[in-house]
Design a protein around this ligand. Structure first.
Ligand code: NAD
Ligand code: TYD
Length: 345
């Protein structure tokens, strides 16, 4: 196992999105010596309301900069100003369905953005770069087997193709320039603060409003679900203990068919299955993802801890008790918040 690395000046990108928000909270609570700059462009998926309390609670340890990771000049300014020793890159366009509609912004953020950050890391001799990748780079499984790190990448959606391209850029910078970088590949996350275009929050919101729950195809596609807190803990373990140049899978050991998830949500909310509506399948829809995370558990001692049934119930309850959070997103009110709060500053 690698020696624990020590960091103090941390750049976290995409901190106003789902995983970024949870990771920021985890770091500020569990790593008191870390100072964190959150660089987020506040796209449709970035919600400043998710993190606004952190600026008040941790005024000397946390700050937000609204910027594009693909803006090389701005990144140069920030790296010069802060002298980061760790970069955690979560900023991305992340929704498969949007990538099918149009993929150019995915290439810009997920590939060009990563290249800009990698160049800045080399120039400013950043101690470690962590790329938050995804199980989707491996493509799709049949009924059997699990993804291991040594499988060739075989992405099927424009989203996963851009994430795979980024992983290859990271690999090239490790080999060519000797960059200390590590990659994490995790399965589908669930938990608080997920944008309500993704399966679980979308279904909770629709059930709560008495709308149809749109299940793609026959609902038999399988995902391996992990609670976002388990993923966040794993990212920090990899950042501190991961071997330079290595890639680590993470999964939740909770494979479920989509229809099972939808039924669990309806049951927990006391709603009937007549709300389920089968709709046309997603083009190129990956059938099954399943993670083999033996490597990270045997070498770094990480494994998922949150039981799926408990985790999904507490997650559903979180959305039900945060109706105003998702109502502001759905009405578009959340995107006007930044201009109101920060527009004239
Ligand atoms: P998200 O869409 O909720 O958040 C993405 C964040 O990145 C948003 O705050 C957005 O404003 C910001 N962003 C987008 N483009 C930017 C740019 N050009 N510059 C700066 N900021 C920008 O995504 P998420 O679900 O939190 O995923 C975070 C990361 O984790 C992504 O890299 C994703 O590929 C990866 N991942 C996600 C999952 C999952 O299940 N959600 C699983 C495995 C890996
Ligand atoms: P999603 O949350 O978009 O994550 P990903 O595509 O990255 O795995 O979708 C999870 C699964 O749920 C996927 O198989 C597609 C399916 N799905 C639906 O059936 N209906 C929906 O409305 C959405 C958003 C997803």
């Amino acid at each position: 196992m690698g020696r624990d690395k020590k960091f103090t000046r941390v750049l976290l990108t995409g901190g106003c999105g789902f995983i970024g928000t949870n990771l920021l909270r985890f770091i500020l609570e569990h790593r008191p010596s870390w100072q964190v700059v959150n660089v987020d462009l506040l796209t449709y998926a970035g919600n400043i309301e998710n993190t606004v309390d952190l600026e008040k609670r941790y005024p000397s340890r946390y700050s937000l900069v609204r910027a594009d990771i693909a803006d090389a000049q701005k990144m140069e300014e920030l790296f010069s100003q802060h002298g980061f020793d760790l970069v955690l890159n979560l900023a991305a366009e992340s929704h498969v369905d949007r990538s099918i509609e149009s993929s150019s912004i995915f290439v810009r953020t997920n590939v060009l953005g990563v290249q800009v950050l990698l160049d800045a890391c080399i120039k400013h001799q950043v101690q470690r770069f962590v790329q938050i990748s995804t199980d989707e780079v491996y493509g799709s499984l049949g009924q059997d087997g699990r993804f291991t790190e040594d499988l060739p990448m075989a992405p099927n959606s424009p989203y996963s193709a851009t994430k795979a391209a980024a992983d290859l850029m990271v690999r090239a910078y490790i080999k060519t320039y000797g960059l200390d970088a590590v990659i994490t590949r995790c399965s589908n996350n669930y938990g608080p603060y997920q944008f309500p275009e993704k399966l679980i929050p979308l279904m909770v919101v629709n059930a709560s409003r008495g709308r149809k729950l749109p299940v793609y195809g026959d609902g038999k596609n399988v995902r391996d679900w992990i609670h976002v807190e388990d993923h966040c803990r794993g990212i920090i373990v990899v950042a501190e203990k991961g071997e330079p140049g290595e890639c680590y899978n993470m999964g939740g050991n909770a494979e479920k068919e989509n229809i099972e998830i939808v039924r669990m949500i309806l049951r927990h909310m006391g709603k009937g299955e007549e709300l389920i509506g089968y709709v046309k399948d997603r083009p190129g829809h990956d059938f099954r993802y399943a993670m083999d995370f033996t490597k990270i558990s045997t070498t770094l001692g990480w494994r998922p801890e949150i039981d799926f049934e408990q985790g999904i119930h507490s997650t559903i309850d979180w959305y039900l008790s945060h109706e105003s959070w998702w109502e502001r997103i759905l009405s578009g009110e959340y995107s006007r918040y930044y201009e109101r709060m920060y527009g004239s500053r």
